[in-house]
Each structure stands twice: as structure tokens, then as C-alpha cells.
Design a protein around this ligand. Structure first.
Ligand code: MRU
Length: 358
């Protein structure tokens, strides 16, 4: 057993290549429990229940999931095999609707087998592609760290929301990548982690992983961000993202929009940190981003010994909100930072990607 969760890949294929090995994030920080996911149903459920979560991590999980599906599917006819694979991809994609990384990874996997002539070749290509997606995620987060670090100064206070950390990616995180890199270089950041109601990813995951890495982190309730900003303790906001629309509108964990509005009020730069795989050029604006709604008992019952709402009280539990592009100071990707106006700067990110893929 290693000492800290930071020493593990959040998502990996087992050495026997017959299961996906994940840390069960619903048990953190109290218990470090690992799960091996074998079947499509187990993978779908682990994503839905947030045992594995965070846009890049669920993309990698889905990619491994499709490879595992190819080991389950029988047959010798490649067209029939690919049709069954497509059904499996649709099934995995249905586990969560907002993070486009899920569909992006599955599309990439299917594209990798488009011209295969045999089932063996399909399985080989799928294995190669899911491993490539996994390894690339690590390089991408490292690059986001470098580009993000160039936007801040030593000693700054940085506020973050939800968990766009190591646990949301294979390694390093997106919003936390500049923080980890700065920590290595002696920047002495003071990080404020919003607890992130209702599922407490900020408290359970972000605060824990930063603390374990020896970073100065202070946990606050979501309704305290205005106060810490007003006191002058925050010089930049870094958050992750589940989908960036072509116009720069960005969906992230519920509560992000409020933080962006506050940051504007207090003149604090607000950055989205996201791999280019989170940018969806097929979604024109934030209005078209599908927003997952989750069960109301996550608000009324979970984490409490007794329900905190009377029986029959209505609930509304959207898992994400959309921050309008005009509230975003920059989108930090592995190919550099896109600044407003986003319709052109996002295209420039894709030009760099095509010219020099990571
Ligand atoms: O519901 P979750 O925990 O999957 O939500 C995660 C977030 O909102 C993250 O900020 C986002 O996926 C980016 S992770 C690098």
C-alpha cells in the first residue's frame, strides 16, 4: 500500500487487462477503497454513482470500458462487431450527460477501429487507444499546470470549487495542476476549497488531496466565498469544467456560476482549466449543454443522521451550472490559454492542437 492517494493513478487498467481499477471516491477521505470494474453495468454504475468522477477521469474510464466491452462481444463479422461496440458506447455515454469527455473518449475509441479488418485488430487498436487516452491525460494536465502557473504569482490566494484535482483526472488534475506545480517551485499559495454542496467534493476530495500534498489549504462552506474574496484573500479563481461551448460558455459543478459572478464583483480573475477534449465545438452556447439533474435525497438526506427536510418537500438538484463566457478571464488548456473573444481564441487552440498534438 502506498502512502497517499496522490501516488496512485485515479483510473487504470488491471495488469490482467480484464478490469478497470479505481479508487472509490464516495468513500474518501475516510477510507481508501479500491474497486475493480469488470462488466459494462459495473462501469456504468460506478460513473453514475460518482465512485469515479470528474470529466477527464470518466472519459478515461469510458475508454477502458469500451475496450472491456470488446472482450465481451462475440462474433467474427467486423461490421456486426462494430455495431455491438457502438451500442456499448451509447450505453456507457448514457451514464452522465454533461461532461463531453465521456463522448469524446468513446468517439475516439470508435474512430480508432473504423478501418480494421479483423476482430483481433479491433481489440488491439482499442487497447492501444485507451492506453493512449490514459497516458495523454497525464501529459495534458502537466501542460495545463505550466500554462496556469504563468497566470499567477507566488503567495497568491487561489479559490477552487468542487474537485478538479488529481482525483478528477489520471494525475495532477486540471484546476489543481498549477497549484501542484507552484508548490513544487516554492510559490506558497494559500488555497481556499469550497466544500461544494451537496456531494462535498471540495471538502472530501480537494481539501484532502491538497492537504496530503502539503499545500496550505483552507476549507470553506460554499456560502463563504464572498467573504474570503471581500477580505482580499483571493487573487485568482481556478476551476475545472465539464463542457465548454464554442462561444466559451462553460458548464461546471453547481455553484461555479455564483463564484464567477462574485469574482467579477471583486475584480478577481476567474479561470477555467480544461483539456481541449472538454471543448465541444458542436455545442454552440451554454444553453445547449445538457445539465444532469440528480436525486433530491442528495440534498435532503445524504450526510445527515436524520433527514433535514420534511417528508414531501420538493427539491431541485442540478449537478452543474453554466458560467457565461463574459465572466471568464481565460480558459487554460494544454495548448495555452484562450482569452476573450472565445469564438476565435478557441479555434486557435484547435489549430495548435492539429499542428502539434500532444
Ligand atoms: O459531479 P462531478 O464530481 O463529476 O463534477 C466534477 C466537476 O464539476 C469538475 O470540476 C469537472 O468535472 C472538471 S474535473 C477536471
Amino acid at each position: 500500500m502506498k502512502e497517499s492517494i496522490l501516488q496512485y493513478d485515479t483510473v487504470a487498467l488491471t495488469t490482467g487487462r480484464d478490469a478497470i481499477h479505481i479508487i472509490d471516491q464516495t468513500k474518501l477521505p475516510g477510507k481508501l477503497v479500491f474497486l475493480d470494474l469488470y462488466t459494462q453495468q459495473e462501469i456504468w454504475q460506478a460513473i453514475q454513482l460518482l465512485q469515479v468522477r470528474g470529466a477527464p477521469a470518466i472519459g478515461v474510464t469510458a475508454a477502458y470500458g469500451l475496450y472491456l466491452a470488446s472482450r465481451e462481444i462475440q462474433g467474427t463479422d467486423t461490421a456486426e462487431f462494430c455495431a455491438k461496440l457502438h451500442t456499448a458506447a451509447d450505453y456507457l455515454a448514457s451514464s452522465r450527460p454533461t461532461a463531453v469527455n465521456l463522448r469524446w473518449a468513446l468517439n475516439r475509441m470508435e474512430t480508432a477501429v473504423a478501418n480494421c479488418c479483423s476482430i483481433d485488430e479491433i481489440r488491439d487498436n482499442l487497447l492501444q487507444e485507451c492506453n493512449a487516452i490514459h497516458d495523454q491525460d497525464i501529459r495534458v494536465c502537466e501542460k495545463i499546470g505550466e500554462h496556469g502557473l504563468a497566470l499567477v504569482k507566488p503567495g497568491w490566494g487561489i479559490l477552487t470549487h468542487c474537485n478538479a484535482g488529481q482525483l478528477a483526472t489520471v494525475k495532477y488534475g486540471t484546476a489543481t495542476a498549477p497549484i501542484y506545480l507552484g508548490h513544487q517551485r516554492g510559490y506558497h499559495f494559500r488555497v481556499f476549497a469550497d466544500e461544494t454542496r451537496p456531494l462535498l467534493q471540495g471538502a472530501r476530495l480537494t481539501a484532502s488531496e491538497l492537504h496530503a500534498a502539503g499545500i496550505d489549504v483552507t476549507l470553506i462552506c460554499d456560502n463563504m466565498s464572498a467573504t474570503v474574496m471581500k477580505r482580499g484573500w483571493v487573487q485568482a479563481v481556478f476551476v475545472g469544467c465539464d463542457r465548454v461551448a464554442a462561444n466559451g460558455d462553460a458548464a461546471n459543478k453547481i455553484g461555479t456560476l455564483g463564484i464567477a459572478i462574485l469574482a467579477k464583483r471583486f475584480g478577481i480573475p476567474f479561470y477555467i482549466c480544461a483539456p481541449s477534449s472538454t471543448i465541444d465545438l458542436d455545442t454552440p452556447t451554454g444553453n445547449e449543454i445538457p445539465i444532469e439533474e440528480r436525486a433530491g435525497d442528495e440534498i435532503s438526506h445524504m450526510w445527515y443522521e436524520k433527514p433535514m427536510a420534511a417528508d414531501g418537500v420538493k427539491t431541485f438538484n442540478p449537478a452543474f451550472d453554466v458560467t457565461d463566457a463574459d465572466l471568464i478571464s481565460g480558459i487554460v488548456t494544454e495548448y495555452g490559454v484562450a482569452f476573450p473573444p472565445y469564438d476565435s481564441s478557441i479555434l486557435e487552440i484547435f489549430r495548435r492542437k492539429a499542428a502539434n498534438p500532444l
